[in-house]
Design a binder for this molecule. Structure first.
Ligand SMILES: [Zn+2]
Length: 193
């Protein structure tokens, strides 16, 4: 409550009730972040209400003095959207990290039946995608059967996964070599049943 203020409407020496309304930016009804607080004062004598820049200079000065002594906090819920977004992004990063951790483990400890999704560039500006299936693993090497088919779009690789496509093309790569290929993203991903 402000005391002894001259009301700009009724001209009386009045008391005035003040109120702060927190404005906030929202998206789909979720408050994202706080904007300015909208201040209003109400004359107890004539009940006129004045808002923001329409508040008399002298009243504004008194108001500032009061809010310096008793600061108005910005409620935490006005940050809901920002908090939610941060959580969502953290979760997505955690998810993608976890995914590569699993695959890093697969590449370090290969197992019969693993399927590697691979990318080659046989010629400049040409990229093809195919899969390799692990047949056997020993201390040094990984033994593969390569898929007979390759495709030119990564999204199409899922159409060439059937077991009868692995027939004659065999290969042996050192365990060190496959870790290199994985680091260079020539081995894009690995699946294990
Ligand atoms: Zn008044």
């Amino acid at each position: 409550m402000l005391t002894h203020v001259l009301c700009q409407y009724c001209g009386e020496d009045s008391e005035m009730e003040y109120d702060f309304q927190q404005k906030y930016f929202h998206l789909y009804f979720i408050p994202f972040f706080p904007l300015k607080k909208k201040v209003s004062v109400c004359c107890e004598n004539c009940y006129s209400v004045f808002e923001g820049k329409y508040i008399d200079q002298a009243i504004q000065v008194k108001l500032n003095r009061v809010t310096e002594r008793h600061p108005i906090n910005t409620p935490i819920w006005t940050f809901s959207g920002i908090i939610l977004l941060t959580l969502l992004i953290s979760w997505a990063i955690w998810q993608s990290d976890r995914h590569s951790l699993v695959e890093t483990d697969y590449i370090k400890n290969p197992k019969k039946g693993d399927v590697y999704f691979v990318e080659h560039s046989p010629k400049e500006y040409t990229t093809i995608y195919s899969t390799w299936r692990v047949d056997k693993v020993d201390n040094q090497n990984v033994y593969f059967t390569y898929n007979d088919t390759s495709v030119t779009k990564y999204t199409k690789v899922f159409s060439i996964l059937s077991n009868n496509r692995y027939t004659t093309k065999k290969g042996i790569l050192s365990r060190k070599k496959i870790e290199d290929l994985f680091k260079k993203d020539s081995i894009i991903s690995i699946t294990r049943e």
